[in-house]
Design a protein around this ligand. Sequence first.
Ligand code: ATP
Ligand code: MG
Length: 797
Amino acid sequence: RNPASAALLDDLNREQRAAVTHAGGPLLVVAGAGSGKTRVLTRRIAYLLGERGVAPGQIMAITFTNKAAAEMKDRVAELVGARARAMWVSTFHSMCVRVLRREAKTVGLGSNFSIYDADDTRRLVTIVARDLDLDPKRYPARTLAMHMSNLKNELSTPVEATERAGNDLERRVAEVYTAYQRRLEQANALDFDDLIMRTVEMLQTYPDVAEYYRRRFRHVLVDEYQDTNHAQYTLVRELVGGAATAEAAPEANAGPGPAELCVVGDADQSIYAFRGATIRNIVEFERDYPQAKTILLEQNYRSTQTILSAANAVISRNADRRDKRLWTESGEGEPIVGYVADNEHDEAAFVAGEIDALCDSGQYGYSDFAVFYRTNNQSRVFEEIFIRLGLPYRVIGGMRFYERREVRDALAYLRVLANPEDTVSLRRILNVPKRGIGDRAEACVATYAERERITFAEALRAGARGEVDLLNSRSVKCLAAFVELLDSLHELVERGDEIAEILEAVLDRTGYRAELEAKAHDDPQDASRLDNLTELVTVAREFTEDAATLQTLEEDEGAPEPGSLEAFLERVSLVADADSLPDADDGEDADEAEQAEGTGMVTLMTVHTAKGLEYPVVFGTGWEDGVFPHMRALSEPAELAEERRLAYVAITRARQRLYLSRALMRSAWGQPMANPASRFLDEIPDAVVQWRREEPSPRGAGSSGPSVASTWGRRTGGDSAQAGLAARGMRSTPFKGWQETPAMALQPGDRVNHDKYGLGTVVTTEGTGARATATIDFGSSGTLRLMLIGSVPMVKL
Ligand code: ATP
Ligand code: MG
C-alpha cells in the first residue's frame, strides 16, 4: 500500500475501513452515535479522490447543516488539498438552489428567483388565506403552512392535494396551496420545500437533464440519512439513477450506470419527524436498493463508558428498534452529575458555577462546554447569569440575527432590487418606513393586480401613474415617490455598485436609518437595531471581499456571479435557513457555531441543533416531564419515542463529562409550576449518576418546602462552585427586571418573546388598560390570548 492510502486508513477500525474502501453497489452504514459515521464519510471522499482516481467534480456530498458541510469540506481539503473545492458538499437545500439556478430556464424560473423562508411563507399564506376569506381563528396561517409543507414533503402537487382532500381542513389546505403556488410563481420565488420538490420534478420530467447530473455525479454521499423525508429520499434516488436505467431499452443510448451511493445514519437519532423525516428510508434501504451492502459500526470513539451506559439505558426503552450496544475502550470516566435545582435560576447558577470551577481548575476552556435545553426560550435565564458572571457564551439559534425585523426589512429592499417581482418583500417594505401608503392603498393595488392579471409590482407602477381606480391623489403621489425611490436605487445595482454601498443607500434614501436614529434616544431597542444594521453592512462588505478571493477558485456554474447581489441574498437566505422547528428551532447557524468553537465561548443551544456535534462537557438542563419530554409528547407514544431519541442525542454529545439537571419549580405564565423529574432521568441506572443535590425529602427539609438552605449542607463535594458564586455576590435569586414590565403596548405584527411560549407574533389586540389583551401566534405552542397588565413574562422585540 502506498503511504498516502495508509494514512487514510490506518486510524480506522476494520468496519470503518471496509466502508471507506467499498466500491460498486449502494452502501449503508448504520451505527450508533459517535461511532465514526461522519468520519467514514469524510474519509471515503478523500479515498475516492486519492486512491480511486475520482475527480472532485464527480462527488456530491449532502450534510444536514451548513456548518457540517463547511467542516466536511475543510477536513477533505486537509487530506487532499485545494482541489476539494470542486466537490459539491452542501445541504439538500443549497444543492437544490445550485441546480435550479443552473436549470432555471428549463423549469420556467427566472434565474434570479427569490427564496422564501418560513416567515415569508407564513406571510404569504396569511395573505392568501385572507383573500380566500378563511377565518384565521379556525385556520391559522401557521397550521395551513404546516399542512402545505407536509404535502410538499410528500411531493403532492396542488392538483393532487385537491383530488385527495377528504375533509374540510384538507380541502381548505388544498385551496390555499393552489393559490399560494400561483402567487409564488408570479413572484418568481420558491419556498424551502419547493427547492427540493421542484428539483425532483425537474429530474423526473426532463430525462436529459437528469442524465446530465447522473453522468456528472458518480458518487453521492449522504450524512444523517435517518432524517431525510420522502422528497429528499426521492431526490437521492433520481440523482443516483438506479431505477431508471433498468427500464432503458438496450438499443437506446443507455444512460450511465447508477452512481455509487453511500448513506450513513442512525435510526435512534431521527428527530425531525415533524418535518416529515422518516426512518423508513434507513430501515428499508436494502429494499430500495437491492444490491446494497450494509455495514454496522459498534465501537464508540467519543464518550466514556458511563455516558454510553446512560445513553443505552434510555434508548433501549423505545420499542421497534434494532438493538445495538455501543461500547468503548476509553474507560468508565467520571460519573454523570445529577442536580435538582429549586428553580430555573438556581439551575442556571449551578451550571455557571460548574463551568467557572472547571475552567479555574485549568482542565477546560470555555469552548469545551455546551449547555442544552429543549426549547429556545429556556436560554434566557442562562444568558442572564452568564452575563452577570462575565462568562463568555454564544447562543445558537433563537432570535437569530437574520430574523430581526430591521435586518429583514433591509434585506427585503435588496430582494426587491434583485427581483422586482418579489411580492412578499415588496409588500413588506411598501410602507416601511411610513410613507403614506396605507393598507387601503395597498388593497387597491392588490385588487387591481388580481383583476388585470398582472403582478403586484406592475400594478404598483400603474398606481403611480394614476391608473388604479379608487386611489386618491395623495396615495398616487406617495406611490409615485416610492417607485421613483426604487428606480433610483436600482440604478446603483445596474451601475455595479458594491452591495454595502447599495445597502447604505437604501438605509439613507428611504429614511429608515434616520427614523431609528431619531427614536434611539428614548428606546435602547432602536439603538440596538441601528447596531444590527451596521452589522449587516459589515456582512455585505465582507461578502464582497470574500467573493474577490473566491472568484478564481470556485467552480461556479449554476451559481450566481460571485459577489453579485443575487449571490449575497442567496447566501444570506441559506445561512438564515428557515429549517427552524416549530418550537425547538434548530437554527443551523453555521457562522455562529463556527465562531463559538474557535474563540473560547460556552455554547448554548437546543438539543436539535446539537445533532452531529460533540463537546468535552455537556449540561443537559430542564430534564422534567413536561419540559423534556415536551408536554405535548406525554400522551402521545410516537412523540414520546421521538423525545427519547432526542434524549439519546443529548447524552451522546458528551465526551468526558455529562451533567443532567432539573428544577423543582419553573415559572410559566409568571407563575411557578412544579414539574416532576423527567422519566428519562429515571431510566438512567443509579450506578452511573452521582447526585450533587437531590430532591429534599419531605422530612429532612422541614415544612418550609424546598429551599437552598435546607439542603445545602447535605453534600459539600461539589459546592466549591457555589462558593465561588457567593464570593462574587451571586445568589441564585430570580432575575426580575424584564418580568415586571407594565401593561405592554403591542400592535398586530409585533414580535414578542414569551418566557414559556417562546417567540410569537401579535395577531390582534383588544381592550385598554387593565383589560388590554393580545392574541399572539406562538407557532406550535398555539395561538393564545394573553392579558397585558401585571408581570407578563414576555418582552416585545
Ligand atoms: P453522530 O451519530 O453523533 O453523528 P458519528 O457516528 O458521525 O456520530 P463521528 O462524529 O464521525 O461519529 O466520530 C465521533 C468521534 O470519534 C470523532 O471525534 C471522531 O474523530 C472519532 N473517531 C471516529 N472513528 C475513530 C477511530 N477509528 N479512531 C479514533 N477516533 C475516531
Ligand atoms: Mg455524524
